[in-house]
Structures are given as C-alpha cells and as structure tokens.
Write a new protein. Structure first.
Lengths: 412, 412
C-alpha cells in the first residue's frame, strides 16, 4: 500500500457482495472491467468532481458515473429542485405537471423535436424509438453500426448469452463511417428499412473513439430521407456534452428521433425520447410504459440540470477543461517516451497507448496507478468531463498522470 | 361541478401536455384508461393514503401509484433513509454498499433465493429472468399465461404495434389455471422449454382477478422440475402485499427466479431479480446493465421499506383493511340492488359490476363518481391497499361508495 490508496474495506464488502450477487458487482460497474486490485469497489460519497470510497480514499473522477454526472456530484441547484419536489410527491397515481414542463423545455431547445416522452433507461428509449419507426413506416428492418452499444435489450445486447437469435432477426449492421455501404444497403433493401440508428460519434468500449468522417452523418440523413427511413440519434452517452440541441447538431444533422438518458438529470434516473411532428401519431400508438417513467423527482432534477447547463455555459467549459486534460496528457506521455492516442471530443475523451494490444496492458497499469493516486480514469471505456472540473483539478490530475506514466515505464 | 371535484387546472395542463407529449399522458397513467371527465390528470402532492391534485382536490387513493406506494406517500422512515443516503451519494461511478445490504436482506427473507440483482423496471427483470433461464438450460422457448402482463419488452408487450413478430418467436402461451394444458405442452416440448413465467395470481386489466385454482402453482412447479425447466414468479405487481418471502409462498411454492419491482422501495425506482444457487453461474454470464441500476438512494429506500413492512405487520393490516373495504362494498352494492364481483386478494382487490359488459359502463360511472367525491378506485385495473389506510379511511371510502352506487342507479 506504499503506492497510494488501499482498499481493505472495499475488498471486505466485495467478498460479502460475491456471496449474494452473481459476480459481486455486475454490468458496466463490474470490477472485472477495471484494473484488478488497483481500484476501489464501492463508493461512499461524492461532491463536485470528487468521490470518496469506503476506505476514505479520495478521487478526482473522470468517469462521472459513466456519464450521468454532468454538473457535479451533489449539485446545489439540482438538489434544491429535488428537495422541493420531494416534499410534494414523486411516484404518484398520476403524473406531476413537471412532466409537461420538461417536455416543453426539451421541445423548445431541440431542433426538429415537437414532442417528448420519458422512461428510465437509455435502452428503453432506443428500443421505443425503433418501435415508433416501425409503426410509422410499416417496415420491419433497422440498421445499426456494427458492435455499437445501444443498451441491453435483445436486439442490441452485444453479449448474446441468454438472448435468442430471433431477437436480432430484424437488425442489419453496417460499418461505421462507411457511407458507401450504407447507401448500398438502403438501395437494395430501402423499402424494408424502418430506421437507421447511430450514435453521433463512435464510442465503443475497448476501441478508440471515432468521429464521423466528412459528411457521414449528413449522408446518412440524406439516404434516410431518400428511402423513407427514419434517422435515430442515440445520444444517450453523448447528450448535453456537445450541443444542447442534440449532439448531431454539431455536424448540422437533425434526426427524426433523439434518445437521451445519462446526463439529462445529473444522476437522477431518467431517459427521454424526442421526435418530429410526423411521428406523433405513431408514437401515440406504440404502448410503452413503466411504473416509474413519470415520477416527478427525476423530472424536476432534469429541469434544474438543463437550466444550469444552459446558464453556466457548461459545454464550453467542459470542452476547455477536456482540451487542457488531453493536451497535458499528450505532452506528459511524450516526455515519458510513450506514444498515446487521444480520441473523442475533449468533453468525452479517451486515451490509450498506441500498440498496446488487445490486453490494454499499459492502459491498465496507467489507470490503476492513477486510481491508487486519486484520479479515476478508465482503461478501456471513454472518459467524461463534468462542469465541476476546474483548472486546479485538471492540474492535479495531470500531476498524477506523470507518476502513472512513470509506473508504466517501470512495468514495461 | 355541483357533483364534487372540478378539474379546470388539470384540464389546462392536459391541453398543454397534448402539444408536447403524444397523447398528453401515455401508458398506464393515460386518462384514456379512466373515466373521461371524472378524474384529474395531474397530481400535486401526496401524504399517507391521501393525494391532492393540481386543482386542490383531495383523494383517498386506492390505486397507490399502480402498486409502488405500499406504506404510504411521503413515509417518514423511508424518506429519512433517503435523506441520509442523498447527503452521501446516489449515482456514483461505483455502487454503494447499500447494494450489498439489500441483496443480503432479500436473500435472508426469501425462501430459495441465494442471490439478488437490481434494475429499474419490472419489465427489465422479467426479461432478465428469461435470459438467465435460457443461458442456464441452453433452451430457447418460454411459456407464459395468455394475455398476462409482464411488461413492455417485445416478447410480452400485449399491444404489438411497432414490435416485430420475431420478438415473440420463442414464446408459447397457455391458459391460466389449466394444469392439463401446461402438462401437455411440457410433455411435448419440454426439452425446448427454458422457463414457465407466471404471476402468483392472474391480475389482467379489463378482467376479474383470478386466484390459482387448487394445486395449479404446485403442479406448475412439479412440471418444471420434471422437465428441467425453470419456474419464474413475476411478483412485480403483487410483491410485498401477500407474503414477505414472495407471493407464491402463500401457495407453498418456491420459484427458481423471482421478479420484484413496484412496492419494493415505496415509490422509489427499483426492481430486483432473485434466484437460486443453481442459477448463479448463468446469471453472471448474462450481460444486463443500466446506468441507474445500482444508484444508492432507491436501494436505501428499499432497505427502509422492507424494515418497516416487516416490523409493522403491514401485510396483515392491508389484508384486514382490504377485507373491510370489500365486505363494505359488497354490502352497499347489495343494498343498492347491484350484483358486484369482488376478486383478487383483499390487499390487491378489484370490484366490477356483474354483467357490466365489455364497456365497463357501470364501473366507469361508479369510479368516476367516487373520484368526484374524493376516492380513487379504478374502473378496469385492480386496486391496491397500503399500510397507511386506516379504519376511518375505509369508512370514509365506503360512505363515498354509497353515493357512487346511487349515481350508477341514477344512470342506468
């Protein structure tokens, strides 16, 4: 433990967890996806851009709950709105008027969107978008980029254990950034294709992030128009860190359906589906509902989050802080003799070691060392900035990165 | 408005809602499913068993948020636990130890369960249960009762608009309470059947509730054992109102997989999947995750809810209050010259007018009149009791029911 943080409490809790939860912790938070032995397993509390784990160790967090924390943990304006709504009611037999206010707000700020609906998970709204597209077009096929992550419903779950092949019967995959392939598929099968679902940029785990090349999104938009298919933007992971009108706006593209979740309520559980006027009728004919979809507190939290994001210029700030982080990392990597690749936009960056191989060995040592020293990066999932990151936090993280690069040097 | 509550504010908000949300309010909370013009559309606040709508009208609520409110709105012990956890953290980059505590608690109180996992929606965990069953058995087919409601995923959404036929390719439906049909199906196709998913009793909307007859559940349990299929209990709607060890325990049956949501955290968004030791490995191999699945606040709320339910004898109390309500309704119906059918267990009761036809015309007048007079019943969905219902609330509701029966008499 001379190398920084120790995890005795985390380890004890994890041993308890393994007895009553398969794998101890499952899904994207599984410790199996981090650097074994170098990360905590359980968090105690959060404030601003800082987390504290159950051993009392403190971290500057660049994982942000895997996206949702966009302003900062325990943000005063959001939590004040939550307090006010909680005193009234949350889950009630009928919704609160906050639902209407949030739909109005989203419609008002989002080009092309004339209505909104709410759910709990990103996966819920991506699936709901497909259903509306099928209902509107009377067609069955949907097109996605190969290996893209759109959630855990059977049609898109990348790990197919337990999901029958029939769940994927109507899905066709294309190569990201290959306009020609998309054009060929739509030319051939356009009459059967209800929708093309794309993320604004490619951000798969275990890969560099890839921005859309040239006119890729614009071309996809045009091809959908030409063939009567709908363009769905899965903005679940990227929303509210690139453009308040939806991330595809950065490339001048307006989708027919727009899926949000994660950052929409700064950590409160909510997802949203926005759509065009032409799809209103189809949306009203697809039955999708959930006990907690319209609970008032997360919706109140979202209203406050959107207000704060807009008023504070948070997206520009995250861009600037992310740029400072990325430039600082590239510089320190070079000084230590490493070739690293920074990919993705600065507010949703990712760094890996060039030629690190499929094991991500250097990344795992680097991120593990940073964790021990109080900075949470992820070895093979993109990172996130939040508005709470200030210059001094970036400076502190960069100082830690120097030590982490030294650890990689020592290990290889 | 001489007939009680008026809904001017609700109506204004609903007109705004219709402009930005398809249908205004969608899903199970859609006003289209209640008695048009006789119910509010938006709630303002709740406390105990009482709700207040945006016009200031007050109600004794027997819909309970369609299940989740099992202790009462704004319950002090639950909200105290929520306050404590909120000061620490909710959605964090890694889970809190509350996750482990809740899994331990559920395993400790549930016969046959050796592990637990958490999600947000009932539909999430029913689908997850099927995936684990398929992974464990290497088989693809699942059996459900015809028209049973297990959520809105493609395999079970009763309204198929927008969902391709292939989503239901692996599902076989049987008639509820027909052991012989289930036996025949398993004898024929047993080697291909991964699981049978059943609710503890039949509680479909637009129908009387139907309890399992004779040895139905026990027979289903035995047939699954014989054919190597798994029995899944969908306890999403029924959980924590019949038996704290899972509702099928009332009939002496222990399922292999148990799905909870709704009442598990008294209105905070959470669902849980519990399973047997034999399924632990399969559960760890199915990838299901969601950004908010392990957020700490709903899990802390669940711990407090389960403590309070157990310590207060809430299930017995809800049974007693439900019995008083049902007996009082039957008596008043008879006195008014109506033949009504009370179905379901007293804590999850449902009343309809015998020979009311498919339009539920008398039920709609009855429930609409009750709403105008300050009691929320539902014309064609089962009702719920909560621990906050006291004798005086039942007496008040029964007094209102007398006037509502008189309204039906006047209308027909």
């Amino acid at each position: 433990m001379g190398d920084g943080h120790g995890f005795a409490e985390s380890d004890q809790w994890f041993a308890r967890a393994e007895r009553v939860i398969p794998g101890g912790i499952y899904g994207h938070q599984s410790p199996a996806l981090l650097t074994r032995g170098e990360y905590p397993s359980f968090m105690h509390s959060g404030d601003g851009c800082r987390l504290r784990d159950v051993d009392g160790n403190r971290y500057i967090d660049f994982i942000c709950g895997y996206g949702p924390i966009v302003l900062g943990y325990n943000h005063p304006a959001v939590e004040k709105a939550v307090d006010q709504q909680r005193r009234l009611g949350d889950t009630m037999t009928l919704p609160s008027v906050r639902t209407v206010e949030l739909a109005e707000r989203l419609v008002g700020m989002t080009p092309g969107a004339e209505w909104a609906m709410f759910a709990k998970n990103g996966s819920d709204v991506c699936t709901w978008a497909l259903a509306i597209a099928r209902q509107a077009t009377g067609r069955e096929l949907v097109v996605m980029a190969d290996h893209a992550y759109h959630g855990v419903h059977g049609w898109c779950n990348g790990i197919t254990n337990g999901f029958p092949d029939s769940d994927r019967a109507s899905v066709r995959a294309v190569k990201w950034n290959d306009s020609a392939q998309l054009e060929t598929l739509l030319d051939q099968d356009g009459e059967r294709i209800a929708a093309v679902i794309l993320t604004p940029f490619r951000h798969e785990a275990f890969e560099d992030s890839v921005m859309p090349s040239g006119e890729y999104l614009e071309k996809a938009r045009a091809l959908c128009h030409r063939h009567g298919a709908l363009l769905i933007s899965d903005d679940v992971r990227t929303g509210f860190r690139l453009d308040m009108g939806g991330s595809m706006q950065k490339w001048g593209v307006t989708p027919d359906l727009l899926c949000y979740s994660k950052a929409i309520a700064n950590g409160h559980a909510l997802s949203a589906l926005l759509g065009s006027e032409a799809l209103r009728d189809a949306a009203s004919k697809v039955f999708v509902t959930g006990t907690f979809y319209l609970q008032a507190v997360p919706i109140a939290a979202s209203l406050a989050t959107l207000t704060e994001l807009g008023a504070s210029g948070a997206i520009d700030h995250m861009h600037a802080m992310g740029l400072k982080l990325c430039e600082g990392l590239a510089e320190r990597a070079g000084a230590a003799g490493f070739d690293v690749r920074l990919s993705g936009p600065p507010s949703i960056p990712y760094m890996r070691f060039t030629d690190d191989g499929t094991g991500f060995d250097r990344s795992r040592v680097f991120c593990g060392a940073a964790s021990r020293l109080g900075v949470l990066f992820h070895p093979h999932h993109n990172w996130f900035l939040m508005a709470a990151h200030q210059e001094k936090d970036i400076d502190e993280a960069l100082a830690v990165s120097e030590q982490a690069f030294a650890s990689v040097k020592a290990a290889f």
